[in-house]
Design a protein around this ligand. Structure first.
Ligand SMILES: NC(=O)c1ccc[n+]([C@@H]2O[C@H](COP(=O)([O-])OP(=O)(O)OC[C@H]3O[C@@H](n4cnc5c(N)ncnc54)[C@H](OP(=O)(O)O)[C@@H]3O)[C@@H](O)[C@H]2O)c1
Length: 301
């Protein structure tokens, strides 16, 4: 297959590009820094700053599929400027991708776009499949406008799948890498009471879902990107302690996180209990369903 990938240099993108090239696909990365992208990934890259212009139609024309991962990192202090970057990189950035797709000839048949579990808002113990109602906090609004922009591609005739990604387990980056230092020192523990659910997914399964959605004609619409069983934060902390052979009992108060990260702390003090109903219905074979095993695997790299 010939596949173009935005955000290819990121945590998920770099793993996905390796999987695509590993199975013989021809990949082109779209990056703000194509020289660095080619150096890092070993594939050709074209320049695209997603806020500056429509995606280059020549990089999209004739592809068998497009995977859209690019966007401003969410896990940072939400200053006014950061919030705006997070928001417009998803809404305007994705609209600019769709504008490029409109000009592409021949047009690719499928777009697989990232989205996030945050689309449901903070939902306590409620089990959330893809039919659940959506949230209305900042992150939920970001994800809603992101998915709405991606749906613009279906009006152009593309099949569109949106992977509502949970917490990706990969020791090389993302949430797990941020959690590791205190846990390694034996001062990690449950956050803000630990009752909130964490919809985790091993990076290998994130990649697996993107590949399945790229390949499978029946994959369209929202797809919850999480392992079959979400766990509470306290249980996740215990499992991480076990994986690292460290105690994980020191509670981290929500107030301390809010002092450090401001409003962004809500992505760890709240949570979602997602159920991957669509992926299960489509017969996806999970590589990692047990959290202890998934953590050991992620930490082994
Ligand atoms: N990792 C998770 O746990 C998780 C959970 C839920 C959702 N997601 C979503 O899934 C997607 C991929 O996740 P990831 O963890 O791989 O992301 P990541 O590591 O932050 O990488 C995203 C890529 O997007 C590009 N980018 C970053 N900031 C940008 C900006 N302001 N404007 C334009 N492009 C920008 C960068 O590529 P270039 O520098 O090459 O342009 C970067 O490599 C993201 O959209 C993320 O929000 C991830």
């Amino acid at each position: 297959m010939r596949v173009a990938v935005t955000g290819a240099t990121g945590l998920v993108g770099s793993r996905l590009v390796a999987a695509l090239t590993g199975r013989g696909d021809e990949v082109t990365a779209l990056s703000r820094d194509p020289v660095r992208a080619t150096e890092r990934l070993g594939v050709p890259a074209e320049r695209w700053d997603l806020l500056a212009a429509a995606a280059p139609a020549d990089a999209l024309s004739g592809r068998d599929g497009i995977i859209h991962l690019a966007g401003e990192p969410v896990a940072q202090r939400w200053s006014t400027a950061a919030r705006e970057q997070i928001r417009i990189s998803r809404s305007q950035g994705t609209a600019n991708l769709v504008a490029g797709l409109a000009a592409a000839d021949p047009r690719p048949p499928v777009l697989v776009s990232a989205s996030a579990s945050g689309i449901y808002g903070d939902r306590g113990d409620e089990e959330l499949d893809e039919g659940a109602s959506l949230g209305d906090d900042f992150l939920a609004e970001v994800c809603r406008s992101w998915e709405a922009a991606a749906d613009g591609a279906s009006e152009l005739g593309l099949r569109v799948a949106k992977i509502r990604t949970g917490i990706v387990l990969d020791a090389g980056g993302g949430a797990l890498a941020k959690m590791l230092p205190p846990f390694r020192l034996g001062v990690g523990g449950p956050v803000a009471g630990g009752h909130q659910y964490m919809s985790w997914i091993h990076v290998e399964d994130v990649v697996g879902l993107y590949l399945a959605a790229l390949d499978g004609d029946e994959w369209s619409g929202p797809v919850n990107g999480c392992a079959p069983v979400a766990v509470r934060n306290a249980e996740f902390s215990r499992a991480l302690g076990r994986a690292l052979h460290r105690p994980a009992v020191l509670p981290v108060p929500g107030i301390a996180l809010r002092a450090m990260y401001g409003e962004m702390a809500e992505i760890v003090t709240g949570g979602q209990r997602m159920v991957p109903a669509r992926a299960d219905a489509l017969g996806y074979h999970w590589a990692h369903t047990d959290l202890d095993q998934a953590l050991r695997s992620a930490l082994a790299g």
